[in-house]
Design a protein around this ligand. Structure first.
Ligand SMILES: OC[C@H]1O[C@@](CO)(OC[C@@]2(O[C@H]3O[C@H](CO)[C@@H](O)[C@H](O)[C@H]3O)O[C@H](CO)[C@@H](O)[C@@H]2O)[C@@H](O)[C@@H]1O
Length: 587
């Protein structure tokens, strides 16, 4: 038997044995005990995060049905109430927030209960119908393990917390059509309404060796008809999970509602497959129900991804409060399934990101929501520091295991950069072969996060700048090879090119460090890499942060700003008594 830890979440406290909650511990009530308990918990569980959304125990995966409704942000997510592993009996767990950073748990919104979701309630989306009426479309795994699409409505639309959901009595609304296997139709998107009032939704599928978004149409949101052709399909892709289809403004970073169709928007089609979230930008021709991408998926490393590290099954929504589109995703573990049982939990949600179309019209840009800045504390900064070849300097004065860093590099004498024909190489492979220990000319330079003082443990987030015929190419890497002295971890190196011109703008990086997750935004959010790391020694107060330059040419840190990050308030859901009344009703 493995007694893992005492878990403290909000005002509820319990003992976990093999990941299962077994005993309440009411005796830890005074403040000092609770504070020491926090320290104890973080020491016992150094990989739990402080400001990323995670569940106190058990398995979580995809974000489901995120929305902003009557002043409250809602996040539902795939959750296994019975285990730290994925399994049958998946539910829609439910949390709510006033700022996308601090969350309180609510009762599970959807649990398996009916023939049309007897085995599991899988992923889906929310749509807010005219008259401010939210609805959920989700995939039910029925008693025969077929994937069917179901509708649920709030029991009380005037409750901004949308605590109770009622499944439509005539579910399922959509079942796998001829030619589609019973386990290949899942994850309905947020629906959009055409100019003629018709509702449309796409569902992930695979048929005739093509991954696809099957289109359904409805006049009343209850009776759905499959359109003759998928909205988009590609033989270069596998089964599409969690598709997302949404408009982006061509001339603003503001978001637009999912039903907006006009000449000032383009459309984005995202599909999750092969462990990554890939997207294409294009034109949606409503009359023909066709999506015409500027470039099709190629099945190569040049396909665009939201994130070039770990970031899957993402979902976006239009936030009417701040006129922006928000993106959230599941970030899975890189340790073993046995480790998950020992920890008693598995899976995080990314920090919600604002997402918009880049000025170049070719790709998206992402940035952590501005609300995250409210957790920043103890700023330290460095301006105009020369980083000579081989130099390393410590960024001290912050909590390096729980931090937010922004750094900008200036590169003099760019013409001395090495030449590389970047059209011939996979950026991830360059990052792997030329990892942080391999000296180049411009690069590697960047940050060493979650590092021991002597650098035996370190996760290097770095850049290399190359000349490519007449252009310059900026490569961004996240090198996990030395992230932990522990074995049996997935330490894959990740990499991506960033579409910036280093002659015109500085090479910038923003990195969010939170114990076992590092989210890095290169080139002001044009390429993003998220990783999971599990240092053995560089944990909690033993973690350090450095800036480094292992290139033969010097670079200059134009500015570095770093903050310790305070802990977000994230309380458990699932059982009504775990909700703190004070907090959940606060605005
Ligand atoms: O929770 C179900 C939803 O998750 C999705 C996308 O993540 O599909 C999951 C999937 O199952 C695999 O993924 C699990 C974690 O997501 C994994 O632990 C499990 O062992 C895998 O089977 O479901 C199908 C069928 O198993 C598989 O192809 C997927 O990757 C989403 O599509 C679901 O709605």
């Amino acid at each position: 038997m493995d007694i893992s830890l005492f878990l403290f979440v909000g005002f509820s406290c319990f003992l976990l044995i093999n990941g299962n909650k077994v005993e309440d511990c009411d005796y830890l009530t005074d403040k000092t005990s609770l504070q020491s308990f926090h320290v104890l918990l973080q020491a016992e569980q150094p990989y739990r995060t402080a400001y990323h959304f995670q569940s106190p125990q058990n398995w979580l995966n995809d974000p489901n049905g995120p929305m902003y409704y009557k002043g409250v942000y809602h996040l539902f997510y795939q959750y296994n109430p019975n285990s730290a592993w994925f399994g049958d009996g998946m539910v829609w767990a439910h949390s709510a927030s006033y700022d996308l950073i601090n969350w309180f748990g609510l009762d599970h919104a959807l649990v398996p209960s009916e023939p049309f979701d007897a085995i599991s309630c899988w992923s889906g989306s929310a749509t807010i119908l005219p008259g401010d009426k939210p609805v959920i479309l989700y995939t039910g795994i029925d008693a025969n393990y077929n994937q069917v699409q179901n509708l649920a409505n709030p029991k009380n639309e005037s409750d901004p917390l949308l605590v109770e959901w009622v499944k439509y009595s005539r579910n399922p609304l959509m079942t796998p059509p001829d030619g589609v296997k019973g386990d290949n139709l899942r994850d309905p998107t947020t629906a959009w309404q055409g100019p003629d009032g018709t509702w449309k939704v796409v569902i992930g599928s695979y048929s005739n060796n093509q991954g696809m978004a099957i289109l359904y149409q409805s006049q009343d949101f209850v009776h759905w008809t499959m359109h003759r052709d998928p909205l988009y399909s590609s033989s270069k892709t596998e089964m599409w999970e969690c598709p997302d289809f949404f408009p982006v403004s061509i001339n603003s970073t503001n978001g637009v509602d999912t039903s907006v169709e006009n000449p000032s928007v383009r459309h984005v089609m995202k599909a999750s497959f092969n462990s990554h979230d890939y997207y294409i930008v294009g034109t949606y021709v409503t009359e023909q129900e066709r999506f015409l991408p500027d470039a099709d998926f190629t099945g190569t490393s040049s396909d665009l991804r939201f994130d070039y590290g770990k970031f899957y099954a993402s979902k976006s929504f239009f936030d009417g409060k701040k006129n922006r589109r928000i993106l959230c995703a599941w970030v899975n573990e890189s340790d073993s399934m046995e480790d998950d049982l020992k920890k008693g939990w598995s899976g995080l949600q990314s920090i919600p990101r604002k997402i918009w179309l880049d000025r170049n019209g070719k790709q998206l840009v992402q940035w952590p929501v501005e609300e995250l800045n409210s957790l920043r504390d103890n700023e330290v900064y460095v301006y105009g520091k020369q980083l000579e070849s081989g130099s390393v300097f410590e960024v001290s004065g912050i909590t390096a295991s729980q931090a937010d860093i922004e750094i900008m590099f200036e590169l003099p004498k760019l013409e001395e950069a090495e030449f590389i024909d970047t059209s011939l190489v996979d950026p991830q492979l360059i990052c792997d072969k030329q990892d942080a220990s391999v000296t180049g000319k411009f690069g590697p330079f960047g940050l060493l996060a979650l590092a021991t003082k002597d650098l035996t443990e370190q996760t290097a987030i770095f850049f290399r700048v190359f000349r490519d015929h007449k252009d310059y190419k900026v490569l961004m890497c996240s090198d996990q090879k030395r992230s932990s002295l522990r074995n049996e971890l997935d330490k894959t190196t990740y990499g991506a090119f960033i579409d910036i011109d280093p002659q015109r703008e500085m090479v910038s990086l923003r990195t969010l460090i939170d114990h076992s997750i590092i989210e890095s935004f290169g080139g002001k959010g044009r390429s993003v890499i998220t990783t999971r790391v599990y240092p053995k020694l560089a944990i909690n107060d033993e973690a350090h942060l450095f800036a480094f330059n292992n290139g033969s040419l010097s670079v200059r840190v134009s500015r570095l700003n770093a903050w310790s990050m305070n802990k977000a308030q994230i309380t458990a859901g699932g059982e009504p008594e775990t909700i703190s009344e004070d907090f959940s009703r606060k605005k």
